[in-house]
Design a binder for this molecule. Structure first.
Ligand code: CS2
Length: 449
């Protein structure tokens, strides 16, 4: 039975890659169905909640015309990496496993946000470098690939499904760096090839709420512990670089292409960039959900300007798609029943700002153009951190301690902006841009923006 091992068994995986695999299995009736081993990285809660149902769950797909319920039944095993890393390593080395997918969020890669390489000074990575049984995704992959190498287990495709630009390439480099530092030999022979295609993934998937549990129970007539809310829209673009066979994903909507980069830039710089802007500016304006922020005329106008700026940085070949893409995005943000929490999107800004917003500023400045709205979006992040430091509010970010220390310092806004940005980029930060950023931050903090 062909198998996928998935690291990061959370709602996004359950709404996206698992759903494509479910549909592909239904399509390819004659072939052996693919099964997924889900791996929760830390907590057993979801495994325990889903075990009585044989790990099946309901996907609650919310569109303008109501709720559509689909059953997803592709998982037959859930492991918990923190409890039993050995079981995960065995599965990576298992010849049945043809594909490893990952949704561990940006911070789950332990990359240095300033240059996107594995951060060997990160405490989790340091601990894993000493351990026989690592717990991070990168450590598990390096050890698992070392076991697999030369075993004749066959080719393996490792697919990062997180919102990081060049996600496949960065993951490959991170695993190689870890292996080198740990003295592991992972280079497969011709028969044991391992590839890391780049991908663009897209489906808005909020957290499960009590309200969703109640509406799914009312519709199906039986209570369910962990249904997943999502939208009708879904997109998955994967680089054509497979070392193994794969489910018939391309027959159910996924696209396998030669170059993912233009799609990835469009998604990160339009969807994710405006999400982050709405999160910081929206929370500062007292909103709770994406739907409230996008209904605020000032914020909606800001999103439109951000779309203009981001659109101008994209490759020529994708520009024609922009009017329809932008209209679809606004409609997606507007679905009132989604209740997508801005606080969830605001998390991990130090990992998100450098891949979503800074590339817009960089690309426009390289052409001698200003990037006022992308700069305002970054200023919203800075202002939100300053407010959090003032109020002693916790910030969910792997770099929270350092960020809050800077945000709470009384060095003056330009120095504060520079110090914060230096946490997330190695690029030179020109004085005029820092002055502009600081001015925008002050106006937001004074309530004048
Ligand atoms: C969001 C994304 O939480 C966030 O930062 O911007 O998770 C977004 O909902 C997805 O990328 C949509 O595909």
């Amino acid at each position: 039975m062909p198998r996928i091992l998935h690291l990061g068994f959370g709602n996004f995986h359950r709404a996206h890659q698992a759903w494509y695999t479910e549909l592909a299995n239904r399509r390819a009736e004659a072939a052996a169905p693919w099964r997924i081993t889900g791996v929760s990285m830390r907590r057993p809660d979801l495994r325990d909640a889903l075990a009585p149902e044989g790990f099946a769950y309901t996907l609650a797909i919310r569109g303008r015309d109501g709720l559509d319920l689909e059953r997803v039944t592709v998982h037959d095993e859930i492991l918990v990496a923190a409890e039993d890393p050995e079981a995960v390593l065995r599965r990576i080395a298992d010849p049945e496993t043809r594909i490893v997918t990952l949704t561990v969020t940006e911070k789950g890669y332990h990359l240095d946000p300033r240059d996107g390489t594995l951060d060997l000074a990160d405490p989790r990575i340091r601990a894993d470098l000493e351990a026989e049984r690592p717990q991070s995704a990168v450590g598990l992959l390096a050890h698992g690939l070392a076991r697999r190498a030369g075993s004749g287990a066959g080719g393996l495709t490792v697919i990062s499904c997180d919102n990081i630009s060049g996600n496949g390439r960065k993951l490959r480099a991170a695993v190689a760096r870890f292996a080198q530092a740990a003295g592991l030999e992972i280079g497969g022979t011709a028969g044991d090839r391992v590839t890391f295609p780049d991908t663009m993934v897209d489906r808005i998937t909020p957290a499960t709420t009590e309200e969703l549990r109640a509406s799914v129970a009312a519709a199906t007539g039986r209570p369910e512990a962990a249904p997943v809310p999502t939208e009708t829209f879904s997109e998955w673009i994967v680089e054509d670089d497979f070392a193994s066979d794969r489910p018939a994903w391309d027959r159910v909507g996924a696209e396998i292409v030669a170059d993912v980069a233009p799609f990835e830039a469009r998604k990160l710089r339009l969807l994710n960039a405006s999400h982050s802007f709405l999160a910081y500016a929206g929370l500062l304006a007292g909103h709770r959900y994406v739907q409230d922020a996008i209904a605020d005329p000032a914020l909606r106008a800001g999103v439109e300007r951000l779309f203009d700026e981001a659109g101008a940085t994209l490759a020529e070949e994708i520009r024609d798609t922009l009017p329809a893409y932008r209209a679809a995005l606004l409609a997606r943000f507007d679905v009132v029943e989604m209740k997508h929490e801005l606080a969830q999107i605001a998390m991990d800004g130090s990992q998100k700002v450098p891949v979503r917003l800074l590339p817009i500023v960089r690309a426009l400045r390289q052409r001698g153009l200003p990037a006022p709205q992308a700069t305002t979006a970054i200023a919203s992040w800075v202002a939100w951190l300053v407010r959090a430091a003032e109020k002693g509010r916790p910030v969910h970010d792997p770099a929270a301690d350092g960020l809050l220390k800077i945000a709470g310092s009384r060095t003056g806004t330009p120095a504060l902006c520079r110090a914060l940005l230096e946490q997330v980029t190695q690029e030179p930060l020109p004085e005029d841009w820092i002055a502009d950023l600081a001015g925008r931050t002050d106006r937001i903090l004074e309530g004048k923006a």
